[in-house]
Design a protein around this ligand. Structure first.
Ligand code: NDP
Length: 296
């Protein structure tokens, strides 16, 4: 059997199209232009690429995009002041501080400085709490993207066994909350889980968010299961030439796609969904800030 390969890039394009339509309606019906401010500290090349992509896609869907670049040596107080200014700026509905921040800055202080109403990453304790108890608000971007792909692939997720490998605040924990909301039976696995291959084998849905290249093997996957690979790992690719590298996920794609019913590739699976979901969250916060019901 060979699995359906879930095309996250195409799905994200469609989602951005729906977001652009919604932005036009917010502008024409309510005079609201959703605005997203992205703050980057330092010159990490990978972070620069993410931030440039975010700014480009924000503008493409018709939102206002504000970029703030601070030097790697910026005092923590200056960053907190900028966040306070953005919190009070009515043209800004979403604030994202690109992580990681340099060591002299306390990331928790930065997160807690962002007004929960503008926290489009869903990092603040207030929004994590809302996610857990099911109140409207922004939802962690990568897990939201995974959920959209799963619903598109499977329809109802009710009653399915979902195993999430990885329990980070960024991916694993919010993913569990979303799948629970959709009535899955959720198991969270992590570095202390015993017999991981057997745990994974019981899953109708496998979410891999570990950060270890190709750790989850094809023979762990239950025939017909749906596999969502969040991992992004760069490994040497000598077959492409000396010093070349390539991206792989946390799942051994070639063998897993023989067992799975459907599987996301890396790249081109979950990755493109994350920025699209950031834009979806900006629509959510712009709606809620203006007393409107956000789209589902
Ligand atoms: P973290 O490093 O924060 O968390 C990794 C998790 O994996 C931890 O819970 C850890 O367990 C668990 N783990 C580590 N080793 C094992 C093991 N041998 N067996 C079982 N579990 C293990 O990573 P993130 O959640 O931030 O990211 C995970 C991956 O997803 C990375 O590759 C990252 O690059 C990628 N990513 C991709 C995104 C996208 O847009 N596609 C967005 C965010 C992340 P424990 O808690 O016990 O230490």
């Amino acid at each position: 059997m060979s699995a359906t390969v879930i095309d996250g890039k195409r799905f994200a394009e469609g989602l951005r199209g729906r977001i652009a339509d919604h932005v036009s309606r917010l502008k024409s019906d309510h005079g609201i232009t959703p605005g997203l401010a992205v703050v980057i500290v330092g010159h990490d090349p990978a972070s620069q690429v993410y931030v440039t992509n975010k700014a480009k896609q924000t503008a493409e869907v018709g939102m206002a995009s504000f970029k703030h670049e601070l030097s790697a040596e910026v005092p923590e107080g200056d960053l907190l002041e900028l966040i306070a200014r953005l919190n009070g700026d009515d043209t800004v509905h979403g604030i994202l501080v690109q992580m990681p921040v340099p060591d002299h800055i306390d990331a928790n202080k930065v997160i807690n400085a962002i007004a929960p109403s503008k926290d489009v990453d869903c990092f603040t304790p207030a929004n994590v709490g809302k996610l857990v108890i099911g109140l409207p608000g922004p939802v962690s971007c990568t897990p939201l993207g995974c959920l959209m792909l799963l619903r598109d692939q499977l329809g109802s997720l009710s009653g399915l066994n979902a195993v999430i490998v990885g329990r980070s605040n960024l991916v694993g924990k919010p993913m569990a909350q979303l799948l629970l909301r959709d009535n899955c039976t959720v198991t969270m696995a992590h570095s202390r889980t015993r017999d991981l291959s057997e745990v994974v084998h019981a899953a109708d849905i496998v979410i891999a968010a570990v950060g270890r290249p190709q750790m989850i093997k094809g023979d762990w996957i239950r025939p017909g299961a749906t596999v969502i690979d969040v991992g992004i790992n760069r490994i040497p690719a000598p077959e492409r030439g000396e010093g070349k590298t390539r991206l792989v996920g946390d799942v051994e794609f070639a063998s897993a796609s023989q067992a799975a019913g459907a599987i996301t590739p890396v790249p081109g699976g979950v990755g493109p969904m994350t920025i699209a979901c950031l834009l979806a969250n900006t629509i959510t916060t712009a709606s809620l800030i203006n007393g409107l019901v956000p789209p589902r």
